[in-house]
Design a protein around this ligand. Structure first.
Ligand code: FUB
Length: 458
């Protein structure tokens, strides 16, 4: 939106550098997000969609330099809609730094986002709570002060079948407290979970930390069994897990969920069931420029063993299979992306998001688009303060069959929107769609949404 600002220029330069080395990995859907570095995935299933809450590693970070959290959502586990950043350090007036690993839970028609941040007044890590009436925010500070503070991090919240909610967190220790139904206060005292080797495995070579438990607990219940999946050992971390017959233990160590892999010395688990499948979210350093402080979230589908144990899951570039298809005959946000090359997302003037900073040859892949018996035309909402360009509609790959080309005019501003349309032919069946952006030099145009029309509107 602020295309000519110095900050915007720096950001663009950084991302142009990123896009210059982005491989045209047409098949890859992991990492989930290619437009920024993301970390510490926390998925939430709500109303038929998966909402994925993440941290945001700044470009070129040499530490966990994190100032905001971000939200993405998907109905099919491969095409993810970018909802931007609905919560940041500035949400918490008392927070100084460190927008680290949190989790969102839904209750009372509201969404509660538990996060660790450094408390400016004490210099210690504390747990704050953001609250919103929509899963995509905006979130406000529910309390105006920390919910809990003991210098430790990585909250996870679990609501048991009887309605009792538990907040767990900790590194190097592991703690829990019973939350009240308002989700922003608690009863009883903060309790330490004993880190025994039977409960959390045996770590060798670090007398101060005899168990494998490191950080990032993710607690949930499945078929009456309580699971605590966590980042184990350091460093590099792997993902291990423990189970218990009750929410407060005693825990029994069960082994490895994901071995140490993936060019990041931390990892972070998030586990959900969705549309009849089970999914494991994690992070790694797989994007170009990626590493321990420039991480990216990713997902794998898995199946529990018949006894409820979790199989060992390996990082892949292919990611999870698509659950369903994408309907091109309803309006789709341009920032719904399975894979992209060179593009960025930004907050649009109307409060939503748009895709921008498009250079010649950049593209967006949308996976599993169900064209049915055929699309006949394509429309898109576009804006350009430059001289515009073209949207090529390609099938199967960025250089695949050309099904149509829409010309984008200059509109006089990056947020001055117009709708363009063009004829389409040959787009039938279910195909991966590539929106390939072409034109002259420099930024071409922005795109807010797109939609096909056809003879068979599913
Ligand atoms: O992202 C900052 C910290 O790194 C998180 O809080 C930890 O879980 C680790 O992923």
């Amino acid at each position: 939106m602020f295309r000519r600002s110095f900050a915007g220029l720096l950001c663009a330069l950084a991302l142009v550098a990123l896009s210059a080395v982005t491989p045209s990995a047409a098949h890859a859907d992991n990492p989930i997000v290619q437009t920024v570095y993301t970390a510490d995935p926390a998925p939430l299933v709500y109303n038929g969609r998966v909402y994925l809450y993440t941290g945001h590693d700044e470009d070129n970070s040499t530490w966990f330099t994190m100032k905001e959290w971000r939200v993405y959502s998907s109905s099919d586990m491969v095409n993810w809609t970018d909802h931007g950043s609905p919560m940041s350090l500035t949400t918490f007036s008392w927070a100084k730094s460190d927008a680290w690993a949190g989790q969102v839970v839904a209750r009372n028609g509201k969404f509660y986002w538990y996060v660790p941040v450094t408390n400016r007044a004490t210099g210690r890590m504390a747990i704050g709570v953001g609250v919103a009436t929509s899963p995509t925010g905006p979130f406000t500070d529910a309390l105006g002060h920390p919910l809990a503070e003991n210098g430790e991090i990585d909250p996870t919240v679990f609501i048991d079948d009887n309605g009792q909610a538990y907040l767990y967190w900790g590194n190097p220790n592991l703690w829990y407290v019973r939350l009240n139904t308002d989700m922003i206060s608690y009863s009883g005292s903060v309790t330490q979970i004993p880190l025994t080797t039977s409960g959390f495995g045996t770590r060798t070579g670090d007398a101060s930390r005899p168990t494998l438990y490191e950080e990032g607990p993710w607690v949930y219940k499945r078929n009456g069994l309580y699971y605590n999946v966590f980042a184990a050992k350091c460093c590099s971390e792997f993902i291990g897990y423990s189970t218990a017959t009750g929410p407060t233990g005693p825990w029994t160590y069960r082994g490895t969920v994901m071995p140490t892999q993936g060019s990041s010395f931390t990892n972070h688990p998030g586990v959900i069931d969705f549309n009849g499948g089970s999914y494991f979210f994690y992070h790694n350093g797989a994007l170009p420029g990626g590493g321990g402080f420039t991480r990216s979230v990713a997902v794998e589908k898995f199946t529990y063993n018949s006894d409820g144990t979790i199989p060992t899951i390996t990082m892949t570039t292919g990611g999870a299979p698509q659950s369903g298809t994408l309907n091109p005959y309803v309006r789709q946000e341009a920032e719904t992306i399975a894979w992209s090359s060179g593009v960025e997302t930004e907050r649009a003037a109307d409060g939503g998001m748009n895709v921008g900073y498009l250079d010649n040859g950049d593209y967006i892949k949308v996976k599993g688009v169900a064209f049915g018996t055929g699309a006949t035309s394509f429309s898109a909402r576009v804006a350009s303060a430059a001289s515009g360009g073209r949207i090529e509609l390609r099938l199967g790959s960025p250089t695949g069959t050309l099904a149509g080309t829409c010309t984008v005019p200059a509109t006089g501003g990056w947020q001055t929107w117009t709708t363009v349309s063009c004829p389409v032919s040959g787009a039938t069946g279910t195909r991966d769609l590539y929106l390939r952006f072409t034109g002259g030099s420099g930024y071409l145009f922005n795109i807010d949404w797109w939609q096909f029309a056809g003879t068979s509107m599913r």
